[in-house]
Design a protein around this ligand. Structure first.
Ligand SMILES: *Cc1c(COP(=O)(O)O)cnc(C)c1O
Length: 384
């Protein structure tokens, strides 16, 4: 039996210590100039983010949720409209649709990659068109857990039905699809800098990436109360959804370390892939993709085994999380927007058998070894 350790699921104190002076200098600079709203760090970060993703424009906003909200507002989506999105995602993807008075149409996901299932998406669009109550307007593809959604297929479907394609890239900035960094697969790509995301700030934050100049200025207007030429020229209804200068300063320091962090995440994922016991199904890589490894999700054969492994890990000081125990269409807030005669079997099943292990750049090799060894002990114990 190996020596017991206490593992962190997300280790912000260690991260803060690693980033050290570089981060302090950035924050101190803001404290010196006191341009706390849309200060120079926001512009600098926007330029760096756009360059990183190869996108023409980046617009800093207050969160990943507000980024999605601004993008749908920019499309004029509202009452009578239907927006297609995966049932197996975080609530933010769907809640903004309802905030605008439109309805979410939940689509099932692939059992191995956990990404939206294009065949089911087609079926849901066809059924919505037949039904005639809602007008299909947009598809939100989610790059779940750090891997890309099937963008080539989504583009074909969006073109065929003249739907706006949006990339909810909250979990996957830094990842790539067919050799391209994520950020250009859709009309607009939304990012989140929530502390647990691969590029996480020290508070809330987000951004929108787009190649379209008109959209970029529309998003800049929407994030600042719909302003036009100046603050007191109100062109449209907007939001108070700007990215804080302080968060931009933190993110600039973090961006300098980002590629090294992504490489560390990949190395840990590979160690898990190679070391976990047979009974555990490790994540399937999306073909031609590089994951940003926001989350490393494994599958167990049954719910009882998943729960058994989770308790065993907990007893050994290893936290794990179930993303997501309940698909959105089963949540009280969304249940009335889904017809229960339409099964979403994969999304429903995944919540029973999925489990996410700690994966972040602060984990040491010894800690990764300890997590792997503890799962091996669990698997042996189970057999005896
Ligand atoms: C985190 C997340 C969001 C929302 O981002 P916030 O910055 O927390 O508002 C949206 N979509 C997905 C898939 C997410 O994981």
């Amino acid at each position: 039996m190996t020596q017991r350790r206490e593992i962190a699921f997300l280790d912000l104190p260690r991260q803060r210590a690693r980033l050290g002076e570089a981060l302090t200098r950035r924050v101190d600079a803001v404290m010196a100039h006191c341009k706390f709203v849309l200060g120079p760090e926001v512009t600098e970060l926007e330029e760096r983010l756009a360059a990183y993703a190869g996108a023409r424009h980046a617009i800093g906003v207050s969160s990943g949720t507000d980024a999605l909200l601004a993008v749908l507002m920019g499309e004029g989506i509202g009452p009578g409209d239907a927006v297609f999105l995966p049932a197996f995602t975080y609530t933010a993807t769907a809640e903004i649709v309802l905030l605008l008075g439109a309805v979410p149409v939940f689509v099932d996901v692939d059992a191995r990659t956990f990404q939206i299932d294009p065949a089911h998406l087609e079926a849901r669009i066809a059924a919505t068109l037949r039904d005639g109550q809602w007008r299909p307007r947009a598809i939100i593809g989610v790059d779940l857990f750090g891997q890309p959604a099937p963008w080539d297929e989504l583009k074909i479907i969006a073109d065929r039905h003249k739907l706006t394609l949006v990339d909810d890239c909250a979990q996957a900035f830094g990842g790539s699809y067919k050799g391209r960094k994520l950020g250009r697969e859709a009309r607009a790509t939304t990012l989140s800098f929530f502390p647990s995301k691969p590029l996480g700030g020290y508070g809330d934050g987000g951004a929108i990436l787009t190649d379209d100049e008109g959209l970029a200025s529309l998003y800049r207007s929407l994030r600042s109360h719909g302003e036009g030429q100046n603050r007191y020229d109100v062109q449209r209804i907007g939001l108070n959804a700007r990215l804080d200068t302080l968060q931009a300063a933190v993110l600039l320091a973090k961006l300098d370390a980002f590629d090294a962090e992504l490489a560390r995440r990949e190395a840990i994922a590979r160690a898990y892939d190679a070391g976990l016991p047979e009974i555990i199904q490790t994540p399937q890589r999306v073909a031609g993709a590089q994951s940003a490894w926001a989350i490393y999700s494994i599958l167990l054969p049954t719910m009882a085994l998943r729960d058994s492994l989770q308790s065993w890990l907990k007893a050994h000081g290893i936290p794990s999380v179930v993303y997501y125990p309940k698909p959105l269409h089963r949540q009280p807030a969304y249940a009335s927007y889904h017809n229960n005669e339409i099964p979403l079997p994969v999304s429903e099943k995944l919540g029973e058998i999925i489990l996410s292990l700690p994966l972040h750049p602060e984990l040491t090799d010894d800690e990764v070894r300890y997590i792997i060894d503890t799962t091996l002990e669990w698997s042996k114990e189970r057999k005896t």
